[in-house]
Design a binder for this molecule. Structure first.
Ligand code: NDP
Length: 445
């Protein structure tokens, strides 16, 4: 496989889709040797079929604001690959959403879902709608308009969307209500549902918990654990909240949180009521993390800066794509950080990843580290299919075991000659092999 030729062709077909091209290149670079060693994949055109989505739906959502004005947003669903199970992947509502970002996320989701060992294909969707500053009634009307287009494409055995940035329990509720009305069925068509209507315990915490379970396994390869470790987090959303709770439970100290406007440094640690305050900040629909510093004196707000300049042992970026650049990676390494686990999807730029790998930092890529969210969505689908609700301990135990298994798969496929584990390579190869072999079984489609 000639990666440059492949990428040139792809770029000609999809010019300007930077995030999508970045994600495809990263996977191709990891699996190059596997493709050379397994000519059957080339013979069956696996790569060419895998890098293009099965289909993309783009639609408009006109909705009326509280002020009587008509607004129009774009909606998307990218169904990437359903070799191993129904399409599965979240919906993101954020003004930055475009086709490139959703194709990158859908592509990554194929391998992430394969790593969980659960039967789920890869997809992603969303809209450039910004829920921030909107009333509940506006969010409801928008979600209903969105589902009016989406419902024909999805179903509990076809495509099961979930939440992502900007889509939490409230939005899932409005989306589910509209689907139920249109399809006249009460099935597990979405995950992240409310606990009284088919949701799973632990789902809200799952991505953050899973990321910390994965980091725990990474630390264990060095005979380390979270006890007494200084941890820098970014974001203050769902993933950061779950991660902060679990780190505190395991004896670590969370020093930072961040928003698009800057970061908070709390030398005493983000714990107890402070973690709950994160939820209040989120619920307040403000786009800033700054009030944390006013609420808890001792904490300091650093406007316009990234948290990666704070000395720490472990870093867990939990905000968004490309939020940790080469300079940030250099700062982390020179300050002694030896473990980076990506809670968000593709938060580190390719240059930052180079810095981590060159310096033999334990570096866990998002598709492995944050797979606990979709894994628990898979557990929600199992409970819905059985019409049962598992207790909290059962879901948490299964999540923990899945994260251990993903770590093991990364070690198996990513251990290099000197013993260093390249988790990027390990995750990409393990996920790819599973999907590629299933595609071979199922013929050219
Ligand atoms: P949320 O919307 O709950 O939180 C995202 C947080 O990051 C918000 O606090 C947001 O602030 C902040 N943020 C956004 N842009 C920046 C930036 N440039 N710099 C610093 N902070 C920023 O989303 P989630 O926690 O659900 O998702 C976070 C990441 O994790 C995403 O990459 C998502 O795809 C990934 N992920 C999420 C899963 C889940 O189960 N939720 C599962 C797997 C992956 P603000 O709101 O002010 O913009």
């Amino acid at each position: 496989m000639n990666i440059d030729n492949l990428m040139n062709d792809l770029e000609k077909k999809h010019p300007g889709e930077a995030e999508y091209l970045q994600a495809v290149r990263e996977v191709m670079e990891s699996i190059e040797d596997v493709i050379t060693d397994n000519p059957q994949f080339n013979a069956a055109g696996i790569i060419e079929r895998l890098i293009e989505p099965d289909r993309v739906l783009i639609f408009k959502i006109p909705w009326v604001g509280d002020d009587g004005e008509v607004n129009v947003n774009l909606g998307f669903r990218v169904q990437f690959n359903n070799a191993i199970g129904p399409y599965k992947g979240g919906l993101r509502f954020h003004p930055s959403v475009n086709l490139s970002i959703l194709k990158f996320l859908g592509f990554e989701q194929i391998f992430k879902n394969a790593l969980t060992t659960l039967p789920m294909g890869g997809a992603k969707g969303g809209s450039d709608f910004d829920p921030k500053g909107k009333s509940d009634a506006e969010i409801m009307r928008f979600c209903q308009g969105f589902m009016l287009e989406l419902w024909k494409l999805i179903g509990p055995e076809t495509d099961v969307p979930a939440g992502d940035i900007g889509v939490g329990g409230k939005e899932i509720g409005y989306l589910y209500g509209m689907y139920k009305k249109l399809a006249r069925e009460h099935t597990g068509v979405l995950t992240g549902k409310g606990i009284n209507w088919g949701g799973s315990l632990i789902r809200p915490e799952a991505t953050g918990f899973g990321a910390v379970y994965f980091a725990q396994e990474m630390l264990a390869t060095k005979g380390e654990n979270f006890q007494g470790k200084r941890v820098c987090l970014s974001g203050f959303g769902n993933v950061a909240w779950g991660a902060a709770r679990k780190i505190q439970e395991l004896g670590g100290k969370v020093l930072t949180l961040s928003g698009p406007d800057g970061y908070i440094y709390d030398p005493e640690g983000v714990s107890g009521e402070k973690i709950e305050y994160m939820l209040e900040l989120r619920a307040s629909n403000q786009d800033i993390v700054q009030p944390y510093a006013e609420e808890f004196p001792g904490a300091k707000f650093h406007a316009g800066k990234h948290p990666w300049e704070v000395p720490c042992d472990v870093a867990i970026p939990c905000a968004t794509q490309n939020e940790l650049n080469e300079e940030d990676a250099g700062n982390l390494v020179s300050n002694g950080c030896f473990c980076v686990a990506e809670g968000a999807n593709m938060p580190s730029t390719p240059e930052a990843i180079e810095v981590f790998l060159e310096n033999k930092v334990l570096f866990g890529p998002g598709k492995a580290v944050n797979a606990g969210g979709v894994a628990t969505s898979g557990l929600e689908m199992s409970q819905n299919a059985m019409k049962l609700n598992w207790p909290e301990e059962e879901v948490d135990t299964r999540l923990h075991q899945i994260m251990k298994n993903i770590h093991e798969a990364c070690v198996k496929h990513g251990t290099e000659a000197g013993g260093f584990v390249n988790y990027v390579k390990g995750a990409n190869i393990a996920g790819f092999l599973k999907v590629a072999n299933v595609m071979l079984d199922q013929g050219v489609l």
